[in-house]
Design a protein around this ligand. Structure first.
Ligand SMILES: [Zn+2]
Length: 158
């Protein structure tokens, strides 16, 4: 289902998340269900090595997410101290597909300094969470990223 224009290198259009981290993203989403979960992927470049869970402090957590500012500062401190950066921002959709909503696209602009990569965990099918990743740039352009993982390639359900 990946119909990517092959203009740039693969590297620019992918994100690396191990199976262990994918499983963590899914379990966080299921724990917070029906509210949206949110957090950050820490690592280097396009490779995540840790999930940083955050509290969703939005007043409508069932369909929106807002990262708690103090936790964001803690995450920044943690990344800085360990020489890492934010590889992506993640959140879940508990009853819609794993594609950025209009709100997600609008909100990508103010959080672009944190990361322009967004990982979305969809719980449309509770027994089979689906993880997808996107780059959302300042001009609201959405590009799906290939998720590279260890072992067999991860494929979002077709
Ligand atoms: Zn969303």
């Amino acid at each position: 289902m990946n119909t990517l224009d092959d203009k740039s290198s693969d590297e620019a259009l992918s994100i690396r998340i191990s199976r262990r981290l994918l499983a963590e993203l899914m379990s966080h989403a299921l724990q917070d269900d029906p509210n949206e979960s949110c957090g950050l992927l820490l690592g280097l470049g396009d490779e995540a090595d840790e999930i940083y869970r955050m509290s969703n402090v939005n007043k409508k957590p069932i369909s929106r997410y807002t990262m708690q500012p103090s936790e964001l500062l803690e995450a920044q401190e943690k990344a800085r101290k360990s020489g890492r950066e934010f590889v992506a921002i993640y959140h879940s959709h508990t009853f819609t597909q794993g594609y950025p909503s209009k709100t997600d696209i609008t909100n990508a602009v103010p959080v672009a300094s944190i990361s322009t990569r967004h990982v979305i965990i969809s719980l449309v099918e509770k027994t089979r969470p689906v993880v997808r990743a996107f780059a959302i740039t300042g001009d609201s352009e959405v590009t799906e990223l290939v998720i590279q993982t260890d072992g067999e390639p991860y494929r979002a359900a077709d």
